[in-house]
Write a protein that binds this ligand. Structure first.
Ligand code: SF4
Length: 304
């Protein structure tokens, strides 16, 4: 078995600081028990047992978690994606914990990506992410031209409002790999593909991922929003544009094809729920219950 990437759910107690209009996590409570947070607490308290071993190291949950990380490494997985049902930066202690546990694996993960809207990232937190080994910041962006519109679409709380371009510049200054993941809402239908590509280039992107928005079968308020607000025209133009102007680079760790356009890696991620999984898993998800799954949407995809 070959695993291309491991998505790690950073526990955020079921609550995200944002309220993205298209967020599927907002429509249900997280059904997975959080068993790792108590380990993180014990790790943070630094209590040693009488035999000199730290208290948390003796817990079954810790061993379960460690074994899943090691399992991914043993099966050829090189990339970790810090993500979840909230902003990973909401739980800095967990990020520290992950970094320390990673260092104890027989061969630690070297390629570590964090997915974020950019909220709560400041100089201190960005420097900290660099120090704990994060290599790529992947910004989820719903409007790359209009900051206020972007904040509105991600449901950013008034107290947490930020300037996305300033945050991107900060991340560039710390020399992270910069990925812009553009959620294809219909605002993009007002722009040409060339215009969007030029904007990404101007912002210094190393990689750009275009994410098509998909409805679930639930037909809930999020699905209705997506039906009304997902881009149609831009997406079709994009596919044509990439065919005409892109030079195929290869298949990325999460399974999508990458093309060179203007010295940026450009990816159209329209296949995040691929059925065509054989000997290779596009990704595995390590949940807060210390178990790994092959799918986000169902417990039935449990590996162990
Ligand atoms: S940042 Fe992610 S988890 Fe939070 S509301 Fe947006 S899509 Fe949902």
């Amino acid at each position: 078995m070959k695993i291309q990437s491991l998505s790690i759910v950073v526990p955020t107690k079921n609550k995200c600081v944002n309220a993205c209009k298209f967020c599927v996590s907002r429509t249900h409570t997280n059904p997975y028990d959080d068993k790792i947070s108590s380990v993180v607490k014990e790790w943070n308290e630094d209590i040693q047992c009488t035999d000199g071993i730290y208290y948390y190291e003796n817990s079954i949950e810790y061993k379960d978690y460690y074994n899943r990380l090691q399992f991914a490494r043993d099966n050829g997985c090189n990339v970790v994606v810090l993500t979840g049902t909230g902003e990973p930066i909401q739980n800095p202690k967990f990020l520290d914990f992950f970094s320390e546990i990673n260092d104890t694996l027989t061969t630690p993960f070297k390629s570590i990506e964090m997915q974020t809207t950019g909220v709560m990232l400041d100089e201190e937190s960005v420097a900290h992410l660099r120090a704990i080994g994060v290599t790529t910041i992947s910004f989820s962006i719903s409007n790359i031209f209009d900051n206020d519109k972007n904040l509105e679409l991600i449901g950013c709380h008034n107290k947490l409002k930020f300037d996305l371009i300033e945050t991107i510049n900060l991340v560039k200054r710390y020399d992270f790999n910069l990925r812009l993941s553009l959620n294809l809402v219909n605002d993009y239908d007002n722009y040409t593909v060339q215009h969007v590509i030029d904007r990404c280039k101007e912002l210094g992107a190393d990689q750009v991922t275009f994410r098509k928005l998909y409805k679930s079968e639930l037909n809930n308020e999020i699905d209705k929003w997506i039906e009304k607000n997902a881009s149609v025209n831009f997406y079709n133009e994009l596919v044509e544009y990439v065919k005409e102007n892109g030079k195929f680079l290869g298949i990325l760790p999460f399974g999508a094809s990458s093309y060179n356009i203007d010295e940026m890696s450009v990816v159209i991620d329209d296949d995040c729920m691929s059925e065509d999984i054989k000997e290779t898993y596009k990704y595995l998800v390590l949940r807060e219950n210390c178990k790994v799954y092959t799918r986000w949407e169902t417990k039935s995809s449990l590996v162990f």
